[in-house]
Structure formats: structure tokens, C-alpha cells
Write a protein that binds this ligand. Structure first.
Ligand code: ZN
Ligand code: FE
Length: 252
């Protein structure tokens, strides 16, 4: 049977995700913005959290680890940096494989927002949990990384199959759309996407998840190697254009 992803709002603008495998009965908490809320949501589904898969060490991603472990004994799978917040049962890094029942997730390095930021890609399920590396029409703020490192991370996301569903960790899309339209005003696909986002938010619905194909056509941070964007925003190499876009968004 296919995996179930249960998505719910957490804290002010995070999304929580519970990934459930009906065959094995295992359930992974993807990040832990709020441990109590995760436990409530799992309970309501009749699931027990058996694993925690963290994407990076920020408290709105790993701050709930200890509460969940205490309540359920869940095993923590995480990049080493999460040690700042909780114990880790298994440290993972780029190239590692993680299992939920028979379902396989590949760990991809997507550092740049922080060092040791990873994504979990489940190729057979065509989904990826990307944390704060990529957002719908955006990317994470560059707190710890360097532009070249972050740009290289985004290449690894861009190389996933186009139909991959991307589960981003925040509902930042409306604000991201405003900047994207400023960055890339002549992009018809972007204008159409921005209209959809407005309508979705007016209905009170989430804009997450998104699909990679749509982001490839519209997300300025993934498109920093587009000749028109390079001409408009400057830079001799795509990572320099990416840096210019990231800096402009920070001050937008
Ligand atoms: Zn973060
Ligand atoms: Fe975050």
C-alpha cells in the first residue's frame, strides 16, 4: 500500500508532516516543530510515531524531538547538527538511505540555509521532504552556508524527477510570490502560479506541497542560471546570480 502523508499547521507558519506506512505500521515524524501537536495528530490518526526524520537543527524543526521520544521511544534520524537539541540514534548525511517499512528514502545534502541541512527523497513514492532548503517560489534564508554551496544544493533538488512532490516546511508562498514577480516579472507561468496562490490562500488552503516541475518554471532561486535572470540580476556564474537574488529577497 502507498504511504500516507498527513500534513497539518504547526507553530505560526510551519507545517508538520507524519509519514505513515500502512503495511509495517511505522510512522515517521518529518521534523518536530511542536512535539505535543505531533503526538496529538498521531493519536487522532491511531498511529504511533516510531521514527523522527529531521532536516536540520533549527528549533522549529527539531525542538519537539525530546517530547516525542519520551512519549513513544521513537528513533531519531538526523544530521549531526541536531545534537545541539536532542540525542540522535542515527546520524545521516548525503548518500545514506533511510527506511520506513519497505519504503526507501535517500538522504540528499541541501545545505545553505544551515550547514548539515538534508532532504529526504522517496524515489518510489515521488515525494521529497525538503525542510527549509526550498519553498514554493522561494528558498531558505542563507544563515550558515555560502552561495555556491546553496546553489549546488539546489542543483541536487532540480535533478530529481520533475513530477516529485515537494513538501516544504513553511507557508511562506504568498510573500515569496511577491518577490518572485519582482525578480522575474515577464514569466507567464509565474504570473499564473501567483494567481493560483492568491486564490488558494483566499480559500484558507495550504500552498504546500508543490511539484518540482512547476518550481523549475517559476521559482527564481532555482532559475538563477536562466540567461534573462542572470542579465537582470548580475553575476558571471549562476551562484553569483543566486546570491544577488537571495540578498535582494532578504531586503525586499
Ligand atoms: Zn530553518
Ligand atoms: Fe524553519
Amino acid at each position: 500500500m502507498p504511504l500516507t502523508v498527513h500534513q497539518f499547521p504547526c507553530l505560526s507558519d510551519n507545517y508538520g508532516f507524519l509519514l505513515h506506512d500502512p503495511d509495517s505500521g511505522e510512522t515517521a515524524a518529518i521534523d518536530t516543530p511542536d512535539g505535543e501537536e505531533y503526538l496529538r495528530q498521531a493519536d487522532a490518526k491511531g498511529w504511533t510515531i516510531t521514527h523522527i526524520w529531521n532536516t536540520h537543527w533549527h528549533p522549529d524543526h527539531a525542538g519537539g524531538n525530546s517530547a516525542i521520544v519520551e512519549a513513544t521511544g521513537a528513533k531519531v534520524i538526523a544530521p549531526a547538527e541536531v545534537e545541539k537539541l536532542s540525542k540522535i540514534d542515527r546520524v545521516v548525511a548525503h548518500g545514506d538511505t533511510v527506511q520506513l517499512g519497505k519504503h526507501r528514502a535517500e538522504v540528499i545534502d541541501v545545505s545553505g540555509h544551515t550547514n548539515g541541512h538534508i532532504a529526504y527523497h522517496l524515489p518510489d513514492d515521488a515525494i521529497a521532504f525538503v525542510g527549509d532548503a526550498v519553498f514554493a517560489l522561494g528558498c531558505g534564508r542563507m544563515f550558515e552556508g555560502e552561495p555556491k554551496q546553496f546553489w549546488d544544493s539546489l542543483q541536487r533538488v532540480k535533478e530529481l524527477p520533475n513530477d516529485t512532490t515537494l513538501y516544504c516546511a513553511h507557508e511562506y508562498t504568498a510573500a515569496n510570490a511577491k518577490f518572485a514577480l519582482h525578480a522575474d516579472p515577464d514569466n507567464d507561468a509565474l504570473r499564473e502560479y501567483a494567481d493560483d496562490i492568491r486564490a488558494t490562500r483566499e480559500r484558507g488552503e495550504p500552498t504546500v506541497p508543490t511539484v518540482l516541475a512547476r518550481e523549475l518554471a517559476t521559482n527564481p532561486f532555482l532559475r538563477a542560471d536562466d540567461p534573462a535572470l542572470m542579465a537582470k540580476w548580475g553575476g558571471d556564474a549562476p551562484h553569483e546570480t543566486f546570491a544577488a537574488l537571495r540578498a535582494a529577497k532578504d531586503n525586499f
